[in-house]
Write a protein that binds this ligand. Structure first.
Ligand code: URP
Ligand code: ZN
Ligand code: ZN
Ligand code: ZN
Length: 513
């Protein structure tokens, strides 16, 4: 207890789960800001209003002068992801714990099936890894790296019975994840039929392969070769091609990790030209930093390697923030995919072997507040929109998540705009030994983080919340994306409860010929 957030429990039956009353804060939603109190009972917001009285047994949290915002939703994480010969070190426990410490109360991770692998099998594997460990709620996108009739069937099943409404396709990582334009077309067309959201990693994998070959012939083996092999136009071309294919199939498309101004421009232009179901995601990394200069050590350079690359151009973070402010881009994620120094060293002799990925989950909210709100590029409502509400809308979680409304789940952050923190790998809650924002001082931090009605973080202290989260099924045909019309296919998406029994699931649906 302290005088900033005086807490007390009103007289009452202490054995009941605590009700929470958040008093005196400025409640910020994407569309309004109000000085109101918020009452939480059984994990749900049950009342919002002026001077609410605390029912017996209520824990009162004073939020005077501070913002009360919907918990952040990170639409892009890779927790315990087996990738490039190793596995990301933030698992579903450490990763979601770090998320909470930063004001994020839900993540959507990627279950990526390898070529030839069953999508249901990899989905089941992710559920088994995540369910017992997650501290906050999570959802799953499913990654598609090959095309067949089975894949098409499994997509339907995932949508109908497993709470999946989004599929990621890769235009890069040749000979690993990459699909060709024909497969992209098939998958987008199938997403459209099912009412799912197609997602794309947009880089031209063929050109990257040629560039890598050329660089190696010229003797470039160090980490500087990474960005050289995949410059901005390699990203922008792929964004344009994916958007065209989405347009030809009539499918909504979400471009993950937009890392360059040119790629953001393509999205902006196509949206302005009428492709309004084209969405773009910026990352905390791209908004908060740039690629380190060529004089840095292998260790530092390798730690910053991800794809598409962090750009060297110093104006990129500002351009991406402005794209969010104008609505050219809609969401922010992290692509949190963390590796330790010894894992990054796998690419010491060959930059193509450096595991791609970096951190962001714990720092996203503060970095965006500091670089966006503190600089007056966005206001707190826009902050809420791009860190929470738009993700909830696109992936059909709204208004259960993404806002502070009566009936919404109580994923709430009390945000102190005046308090600063210095980001460091020595103090962060991630499992990794490096932080790309090392030494950055950010003003604007979460003070109290409430996950489904439970105070999970307060004044720098994380409560034990292992298993507090659960899988959140995402229904197909999100109205924000597909409009408020009756889709011809409206399964009652959810968890069939048979995640382990793939054959059971395959037998329960009749697939169209
Ligand atoms: O470098 C990255 N982005 N690693 C994670 C895999 C992906 O492409 O999202
Ligand atoms: Zn990607
Ligand atoms: Zn990713
Ligand atoms: Zn199942």
């Amino acid at each position: 207890m302290d005088n900033n957030a005086a807490q007390n429990v009103a007289e009452g039956n202490a054995s009941k789960p605590p009700k929470l009353l958040i008093k005196g804060g400025k409640v910020v939603n994407a569309d309004k800001t109000e000085n109101v109190d918020v009452l939480v009972e059984d994990g749900v917001i049950t009342d919002i209003g002026y001077d609410l009285a605390a029912p017996p047994g209520t824990m009162v949290i004073m939020a005077d002068g501070r913002y009360v915002i919907p918990g952040g939703i990170d639409p892009h994480t890779h927790l315990e992801f087996e990738f490039m010969g190793t596995k990301s070190v933030d698992d579903f426990y450490k990763g979601t714990r770090a998320a909470i410490a930063g004001g994020t109360t839900m993540v959507i991770d990627f279950a990526i099936a390898l070529p030839g692998q069953s999508l249901l099998e990899v989905y089941d594997k992710y559920r088994s890894m995540a369910d017992p460990k997650v501290c906050c709620d999570y959802g799953l996108h499913v990654g598609i790296t090959w095309w067949s009739r089975t894949v098409s069937k499994e997509m339907e099943l995932l949508c109908a019975q497993h709470g999946v409404n989004s599929f990621k396709l890769f235009m890069a990582y040749k000979n690993m994840f990459m699909v060709d334009d024909g497969e992209l077309y098939e998958a987008f067309a199938r997403c459209k039929e099912l009412g799912a959201v197609a997602m794309v990693h947009a880089e031209n994998g063929h050109v990257i392969e040629k560039n890598v070959h050329k660089l190696k012939q010229a003797g470039v083996t160090g980490p500087e070769g990474h960005e050289m092999s995949r410059p901005e136009e390699v990203e922008a071309e792929a964004v344009h091609r994916a958007a065209m294919i989405a347009s030809q199939t009539g499918c909504p498309l979400y471009v993950v990790h937009v890392m360059s101004e040119s790629a953001a421009k393509v999205i902006e232009e196509r949206r302005n030209a009428g492709q309004t179901t084209l969405f773009g995601e910026a990352l905390a990394a791209g908004l908060g930093t740039v690629a380190p200069d060529g004089k840095c050590s292998f260790e530092v350079a390798a730690a910053h390697i991800m794809s598409p690359p962090l750009r060297k151009t110093r104006s990129t973070p500002l351009a991406l923030m402005k794209a969010l402010a104008s609505g050219a881009l809609q969401t922010t994620g992290t692509d949190n995919c963390t590796f330790n120094k010894n894992q990054k060293a796998l690419g010491k002799e060959d930059f193509t072997k450096i595991p791609n990925g970096l951190n962001g989950l714990e720092d996203r909210m503060s970095v965006i507040w500091d670089k966006g709100v503190n600089t007056d590029i966005i206001d707190p409502q826009k902050f809420v929109e791009i860190t929470s509400t738009n993700v909830a809308k696109i992936f059909n979680l709204y208004p259960k998540k993404g806002c502070i409304e009566i009936g919404s789940e109580a994923d709430i952050v009390i945000w102190n705009p005046d308090k600063s923190k210095k980001i460091s790998a020595t103090t962060h809650n991630h499992a990794c030994d490096f932080n790309i924002f090392e030494g950055m001082v950010v003003r604007g931090v979460p003070e109290t983080v409430i996950v489904k009605g439970k105070v999970c973080y307060q004044h720098g202290r994380l409560m034990d919340s292992k298993g507090h989260g659960s899988f959140v099924p995402c229904q197909v045909f999100p109205p924000h994306v597909y409009g408020r019309r009756e889709g011809k296919y409206r399964p009652d998406a959810g968890d069939c409860g048979k995640a382990k029994d793939t054959q059971y699931c395959l037998n329960t649906l009749n697939f169209p010929e």
